[in-house]
Design a protein around this ligand. Structure first.
Ligand SMILES: [Fe+2]
Length: 184
C-alpha cells in the first residue's frame, strides 16, 4: 500500500480503541473512572480544528450518536447545547454515564431522594451537590445517581458516554416541584 493512502488515526478513533481495550467484561467497578481518564486524554489531545471535532462543532446538533460499540454495548454521544439548555432530574437506571465538557460550561446538579419510595408515582428530592464542568472536566455518574444538566455558558460541547443503550433499560424522570417520578 502506498504510504500516501494510509491515514493517521484520529484522536477519536484512538479513544474508542482505548475504551475497548480496558472494557473487559464491562463489570469492573473502576471502569467509569478508567473511561473518565481516557476522555480527559481525548479532550487534551484534540484541537477544535481536528476534522472530526470541527464537524461536530460546525454541525452544532443538540444530540448526535458518535459511536456505538457492537461488542461492548457502550455508546458515545456528542452534544452541542445552546446556553440555557437543560433537563429535568433523571436517572440512568442500571447504567453509568460520564459527562465531559469540551467547551462551554455545563452545571450538573445531583439530588438525593428524601422519601421512602413506597408511594407509586411520588418522589421527594433535595439537591445534594453541584458540579461545574468547565472545559476539560469529566465526571462519572454511577447507577442510580439522580442528576440534571444545564448549559450555563454556551455553546457547550458536551460528551456523554453511556455504558449501555438507554433505550433498552428502565429509567426515571423526576419533577421536583410536583414531587413526581415517572418512567422515561
Ligand atoms: Fe443524564
Amino acid at each position: 500500500m502506498a504510504i500516501g493512502a494510509a491515514r493517521m488515526r484520529d484522536t477519536f478513533e484512538a479513544y474508542i480503541d482505548e475504551v475497548r481495550s480496558v472494557w473487559g467484561d464491562g463489570k469492573d467497578g473502576q471502569l467509569p473512572f478508567k473511561v473518565k481518564a481516557l476522555m480527559e486524554k481525548l479532550f487534551a489531545s484534540t484541537s477544535p480544528q481536528d476534522g472530526w471535532m470541527a464537524r461536530l462543532i460546525g454541525e452544532a446538533k443538540p444530540s448526535r450518536e458518535l459511536y456505538r460499540d457492537p461488542d461492548c454495548g457502550f455508546i458515545q454521544m456528542g452534544h452541542v447545547h445552546a446556553q440555557g439548555h437543560g433537563n429535568l432530574p433523571h436517572d440512568h437506571g442500571p447504567c453509568w454515564v460520564i459527562y465531559g465538557s469540551y467547551s462551554g460550561v455545563t452545571e450538573i446538579t445531583l439530588y438525593r431522594r428524601t422519601d421512602d419510595g413506597k408511594e407509586p408515582g411520588r418522589a421527594a428530592l433535595e439537591k445534594k451537590a453541584l458540579h461545574r464542568l468547565s472545559p476539560g472536566v469529566v465526571q462519572p455518574y454511577l447507577p442510580g445517581d439522580i442528576h440534571s444538566t444545564k448549559a450555563v455558558e454556551g455553546p457547550a460541547v458536551v460528551f456523554r458516554f453511556l455504558s449501555y443503550d438507554l433505550e433498552k433499560i428502565e429509567r426515571h424522570r423526576y419533577n421536583m416541584e410536583k414531587g413526581t417520578i415517572a418512567l422515561v
